[in-house]
Design a protein around this ligand. Structure first.
Ligand SMILES: [Zn+2]
Ligand SMILES: [Zn+2]
Ligand SMILES: [Zn+2]
Ligand SMILES: [Zn+2]
Ligand SMILES: [Zn+2]
Ligand SMILES: [Zn+2]
Length: 363
């Protein structure tokens, strides 16, 4: 809250006139100066019942003798001008006296222009003072609400793409607009992506989700290609897809075993954190293909894959993970969002095996 006030001290102070007394010193009595404690011979002045050498009655602020009127404050004496500057309200930014309007905040006083320039928080997008309605992104960056819809948000991290916050951004050929913070972290190297697959499989195995490294491959494709492969042309948020093929071997018309082969497709141009999250989701599909009935409802299937991705990502120390986790928590899609929330409500805090048993049972 900002208040505009005038100095209370200015109202309280009253101008007091100085009294000079010139009189011969009486022989019988020694008069001492209240300031220097020396004997006074000749002219003296009396202020508040105390005697002073005329040159020893000095201003607290400038140290020069006071001749004429003075002002008193907390037992000290001042020239009227010195008193004015001593008691005037000063700006906590520039240190200069505030004569006109002022702004008070947290028991400090400011010139309005100093306040605006140095104290008001700055918008992290346009760097102008932040007044009026503002928003905060998941990373804690505050910005004017009116930038939303005018400037693009990064499709990877959700930050507003601008020079101040993200050092600009770029467009991918498939139309995605991403910020340069994310672009710096994009993983293109095929071997590194293969290593990420191995890493996520190892982690899921540790979580009790049994997967083989021998029948799963990964391939990076752009958005248009991913839509084409998945057949989900209208689903713009799609970041991964898994093709699972099973070959069932029969002996004497009796099913002996099914050999599976899984091809995972991951959206290109993403940082490794995002790739890992997508791989965890798609790998859960590979597990489901091998271990659960085919007729599982879509919200259970996608919800449980998102839940495993969530469980995988939740331990990441990458600050951008917040955005991914929040994206899943706040997703309102009936399959991916509500499906995830349903599974999460049911299995959060329980061992992963409880979820796996539930999925196997086909409920
Ligand atoms: Zn003196
Ligand atoms: Zn003075
Ligand atoms: Zn100022
Ligand atoms: Zn702004
Ligand atoms: Zn970004
Ligand atoms: Zn899925």
């Amino acid at each position: 809250m900002i208040n505009k006030i005038i100095s209370p001290l200015m109202l309280l102070s009253a101008l007091i006139m100085l009294i000079f007394i010139f009189s011969p010193v009486m022989q019988a009595q020694i008069i001492r100066c209240f300031a220097c404690k020396e004997e006074i011979k000749g002219a003296y002045i009396i202020v508040d019942g105390n005697y002073y050498h005329a040159q020893h009655f000095v201003c607290k602020k400038c140290g020069k003798p006071i001749e004429g009127s003075y002002q008193k404050l907390l037992g000290d004496y001042y020239h009227p001008d010195c008193y004015e500057s001593e008691t005037a309200v000063k700006c906590a930014v520039c240190g200069q006296i505030i004569t006109g309007e002022m702004i008070t905040k947290d028991l400090k006083f400011y010139h309005p222009e100093c306040y605006k320039k140095f104290i008001v928080p700055k918008c992290s997008v346009c760097l102008e003072p932040m007044e009026g309605e503002y928003k905060v992104d998941v990373y804690g960056n505050k910005f004017h609400a009116y930038h939303i819809g005018v400037l693009d948000q990064c499709e990877i991290c959700g930050r507003i793409i601008c020079s101040a916050l993200t050092n600009g951004g770029r467009y991918y050929e498939d139309g995605r607009h991403i910020c340069n913070l994310c672009y710096e972290k994009v993983e293109y190297n095929r071997q590194n992506i293969q290593d990420l697959l191995t890493k996520v499989i190892d982690k899921l195995n540790q979580m009790g989700i049994r997967l083989s490294k021998n029948n799963i491959s990964v391939q990076v494709v752009d958005k248009n290609e991913l839509k084409r492969i998945s057949g989900m042309e209208k689903f713009n948020q799609l970041e991964g897809f898994c093709q699972s093929q099973g070959q069932t071997i029969y002996v004497n018309n009796t099913k002996k075993k099914t050999n599976f082969n899984h091809k995972i497709f991951v959206l290109s141009g993403l940082p490794s954190l995002n790739i890992e999250g997508i791989l965890a989701h798609e790998l859960m599909h590979t597990w489901a293909a091998e271990n659960t009935p085919d007729n599982q409802p879509p919200d259970v299937r996608e919800g449980s894959c998102n839940y495993i991705s969530y469980q995988y990502l939740i331990y990441s120390s990458d600050p951008d993970v917040k955005y991914l986790l929040l994206g899943m928590e706040k997703n309102t899609d009936p399959v991916y969002g509500q499906g995830f929330q349903k599974i999460r409500n049911k299995f959060y805090g329980k061992p992963i095996s409880a979820l796996l048993d539930y999925l196997k049972s086909g409920n």
